[in-house]
Ligand binder design. Structure first.
Ligand code: 3HC
Length: 698
């Protein structure tokens, strides 16, 4: 008898129960167990119907992704599905939690589906760079129609139980306990003499389908998921369902699934899936480290960043004080938050009542005294050490002993801030990315003295406020911004050497980044980098190559999008950018001033110069232990900097093209462009020993 799947009879209904924590994924043992239990149930003459149910937190959450890189072992999921679908007595899937991927496909082999109201159903395979491979693309359109199926399969987004019922994906919602509800449903079928209802025998919804829906979907996902292969292939599969019989469709789906599975895109996307989860594992902060309750919060500084951070808490139902030094600052901050939520209401993301309830959680204050009882404070004031220290002094005086005191600094030394107060162990960096209410990344910056439970609590909090937390160490710029410096540096040098901002941005955009470096700088505000460069000027070696184009743009009072002009000119109404001839003239002038002869630059060189600069700095960060592992850097770049998930982040990308190749090009750039391209020792070492970043542990 299987250890993870059991069979028992309850009167005239047989129950197949899957119990394979954490998410009942369809591992070999689970497939084998379901097959055995289903065979037993089918052969059991005392029962006239079967129920498939799971224990633990969820119904089957899909195929076991850890098996994807191993040689497949029988029984395949198809065998399980064929057996269940072909059963002569009705089989009912009873769903709680999430029925995802192969899990939902298993329910589509069942003849009926019931679920609790909180359940969700989806085929999220495209987020792993694959298409559903166990009949999902062929059965779902037959059940709910190709249009609704396209939405679910190409987006990968699960639907709630209520929506699934409306679509006809579910037959019934069980209020109250699932198992008794499912048994009652099964008994009802028996009483009414209803036998198996096989989706493979349904064909009315996939006949005479207008081909325009597929073209529209291709266009939509070409934009929404630019560069991703799987959504396009998923659309192909659904179209096939409308053109062939089910067996031919299933064979074609399998072929496409296999091709996707072995693609670099899928490997990269699966890498990101596991990287995101691995990032939460900190070697000296075990999972059972106690965490503090975060029931209230305060944000200091009601600017764009502070307001965005406060929204995360309010949206998660946590009351949050928003504090500022002036009433005007506070009013402005609250007004921006209100505007953001109102736009959510307009777009149908929340109701007016939900907005009102959320806004009521944001409490404006001008006084530190109000923060005496909060569980966490995050300061997001001006990026000056003295100002930060003054804030922390006030917090030290007023906050309760157990309060976590966090800073959102992106450049300053957190250890110095921590050491300026009486409780450095309570201090941590929580570095949000702009716009803070939207960007998923949270760099959790560990100071020398940060307490372990403060780290554990920060990870738990990041999940509560729907961020992806990654632990980083203290250094200038931490991981993300430190790596972005050489990336931006190269994008600037390329302007002197002969490229235009538009050419650089286009090449990088086509590589897959959400936007090019110059468009990104304009969006972030050119004054931010300018201020940092002015501070660094004193320590910059006199003979180091330096590009002054961005400084000169700022000197003209142009700070990017916010002032309507930066590397580009922005239309105030549409925010659309057009090239700025003055900036292009400036590039030529600066090249002349620095004695650089301009030349034609290929898109391939642009990509290598910018992306390899990221990788080389990433290697240093890894070697210094600022990031715990290469995959953490990948998560930071995928979630915070728009690095295409289908390339798996900069370090995985380096592994994919080969460290030796990256090293060779970095050496060539070093020779051509000098000291700033000095290869990171780790890059050299890995190249010479034929290893990868993913192999490296410090
Ligand atoms: N296979 C293997 N391991 C899985 C898994 C899967 N399908 N889904 C989750 N896990 C693991 C996670 O890696 C994690 O392991 P860890 O504790 O060692 O880090 C653990 O289960 C718990 O996962 P989460 O931390 O993500 O738990 P949550 O409760 O936050 O989320 C979930 C649960 C919504 C099920 C989420 O894990 C998820 O989205 N999983 C992936 C679902 C998916 O993509 N399914 C499709 C798979 S492909 C497929 O089915 C192909 C088919 O068509 C043939």
């Amino acid at each position: 008898m299987s250890e993870v799947v059991t069979y028992n009879a309850d009167g005239n209904v047989g129950i197949i129960t899957v119990d394979s924590p954490p998410v009942n994924a369809l591992s070999l043992a689970v497939r084998r167990g379901i097959l055995e239990a289903a065979k037993t149930g089918i052969a059991d003459d005392s029962v006239q119907a079967l129920v498939l149910i799971c224990t633990g937190r969820t119904f089957i959450a899909g195929a076991d992704i850890t098996e994807f890189d191993k040689a497949p072992e029988s029984p395949w999921l198809d065998e399980v599905i064929d057996l269940i679908e072909g059963a002569a007595k009705p089989v009912v899937a009873a769903i709680h939690g999430t029925a995802l991927g192969g899990g939902l496909e298993t329910t589509l082999a069942c003849h009926y589906r019931v679920a609790v109201p909180s359940a969700r159903c989806g085929l999220p395979e495209v987020s792993l760079g694959i298409v559903p491979g166990a009949g999902g693309t062929q059965r779902l359109p037959r059940l709910i129609g190709p249009e609704a199926a396209l939405d679910m399969i190409a987006s990968g987004i699960p639907v709630k139980a209520s929506k699934a019922l409306e679509l006809g994906l579910l037959d019934h919602i069980v209020e109250g306990e699932l198992l008794p509800g499912a048994l009652a449903f099964a008994r009802n079928l028996i009483e009414e003499g209803k036998g198996p209802r096989r989706i493979r025998e349904m064909s009315d919804k996939v006949q005479d389908v207008n081909a325009a829906i597929f073209e529209a979907a291709r266009k939509l996902y070409g934009k929404k998921r630019r560069g991703f292969n799987a959504p396009q292939r998923a659309i192909d599969c659904v179209e096939i369902a409308t053109k062939t019989d089910i067996d031919a469709g299933l064979a074609k789906e399998r072929e496409i699934f296999e091709a996707c599975l072995h693609s670099d895109q899928s490997k990269a996307q699966r890498h990101i899936f596991f990287a995101e989860r691995t990032a939460t594992k900190i070697p000296d902060v075990p999972r059972d480290t106690p965490v503090r309750d975060i029931k209230s919060a305060a944000i200091i500084g009601a600017g764009t960043m502070g307001g965005g951070i406060a929204m995360n808490f309010a949206s998660a139902g946590i009351p949050v004080f928003l504090m500022d030094a002036t009433q005007e600052g506070l009013d402005r901050g609250i007004a921006i938050i209100e505007k953001n939520y109102a736009s959510g209401v307009k777009k149908g993301r929340m109701t007016q009542e939900q907005m009102d309830a959320t806004m009521a959680l944001v409490r404006p204050t001008l006084s530190y005294a109000d923060l005496a009882d909060v569980d966490i404070v995050i300061e997001a004031v001006f990026e000056e050490m003295d100002i930060k220290k003054t804030v922390f002094k006030e917090l030290d005086a007023v906050c309760k002993a157990s309060a976590i005191l966090a800073t959102n600094t992106s450049t300053l030394d957190i250890n110095e801030i921590a050491d300026s107060i009486s409780r450095p162990e309570q201090v941590i960096g929580l570095h949000f990315f702009s716009p803070a209410n939207i960007m998923k990344l949270l760099e959790i910056v560990r100071g020398e003295k940060t307490a372990k439970d403060v780290i554990a609590t920060s990870f738990k909090l990041s999940k509560t406020i729907r961020k992806v937390g990654v632990l980083v160490g203290v250094c200038d710029g931490f991981v993300g911004n430190r790596m972005v410096h050489p990336y931006i540096r190269e994008s600037m040098f390329l302007l002197e050497e002969g490229a235009t901002p538009a050419q650089v941005d286009k090449a990088i955009y086509e590589f897959g980044m959400a936007m090019g470096p110059h468009a990104m700088s304009d969006l972030a505000g050119l004054d931010v980098g300018w201020r940092i460069r002015k501070r660094q000027a004193e320590t910059r070696p006199a003979d180091e190559r330096y590009c002054a184009i961005a400084d000169k743009i700022c000197e003209g009072g142009n700070y990017g999008q916010k002032s309507g002009r930066g590397f580009y000119i922005y239309d105030p109404a549409t925010r659309r950018s057009t090239p700025d001839p003055e900036v292009e003239a400036l590039c030529v002038a600066e090249a002349g001033r620095n004695g650089i002869e301009r030349r034609a630059i290929s898109d391939a060189e642009i990509v290598e110069r910018c992306i390899y600069a990221l990788i080389n700095e990433g290697a240093r960060i890894l070697e210094e232990g600022i990031a715990l592992r290469a995959s953490d850097i990948d998560v930071i770049y995928a979630y915070g900097y728009g690095f295409p998930a289908y390339r798996g982040g900069p370090m995985h990308y380096a592994d994919t093209i080969g460290i030796a190749r990256v090293y060779e090009r970095v050496c060539a750039f070093h020779e051509e462009h000098g000291v700033l391209w000095e290869p990171a020792p780790l890059l050299k070492q890995l190249a010479e020993t034929d290893r990868t970043f993913s192999d490296f542990t410090k």
